[in-house]
Design a protein. Sequence first.
Lengths: 127, 127
Amino acid sequence: MRIGEVAAAAGVSPRSLRYYEERGLLTSVRSSSGQRHYAQDAVERVRWIQALYAAGLSSRAVAELLPCVHTGVATDAMLAGLSAERTRIDTQIRDLTSTRDRLDAVIAAANDHSRECAADRSASSTA
Amino acid sequence: MRIGEVAAAAGVSPRSLRYYEERGLLTSVRSSSGQRHYAQDAVERVRWIQALYAAGLSSRAVAELLPCVHTGVATDAMLAGLSAERTRIDTQIRDLTSTRDRLDAVIAAANDHSRECAADRSASSTA
DNA sequence: CCCACCTCTGACGTCAGCGTCAAGGCTCAG
DNA sequence: CTGAGCCTTGACGCTGACGTCAGAGGTGGG
């Protein structure tokens, strides 16, 4: 697959794929003219990269941990890194959940307040 | 409270508080010499700002929505904004949860692989 | 009154993950 | 063979949330 195909399939820009290669996250085979060609699983790999970025990992962390995500083989250090990130993500989920719930409370309070004001207006208009 | 106190209590830098003020997220009263003084609830407000940043809101969005978080009063537009962000956060939580679970699967697979290799080594040594 | 410590404004630095532009080369359907 | 549309490298730009530094002034315990 050429770079545009992979980019379209993964929903990112060609620029991103070149950036990933620069960072050591993604490899390609070059044709004689220098054009990049990717294996089929590159698309899935890119999706992993995006997911890990979205989870707050740095490109450095992704570069270190992505190999064992694909190969299933991990050194002790890699396993430790994976677990650390997993824990971080878990904490993040809890924080977000807390924020969401507090936001729900705010929304509910604002709705209540709106209804109160509507009731006030209704009462004053009927008075 | 002076800026350093608030910063320490909220776990951020004074620089951040000045930045928040610049962005319209936080207000202070100035002494005659120009030094900032904050009300007690500034600390909680800063914690809200941090939580909303962590949830991926821009400072612009925070500036728009933070007032009704504190006052409980919201216009229709603000309510819509709050709900939109709430939905975004919810989606983000689901994505993170999915990533975490997939990461768990990877970790489990890597552990299995480690055990297999250990078993292989054990078998070859007994052969 | 002094001195250590806090605070002020203004301005430039940083870092990541790309966007974007320039100037050129490759590909392939017609 | 030609032109539309892909691709290449290199390099600068951008955005947000601050960090950091300089040079100056406020503050309060002893």
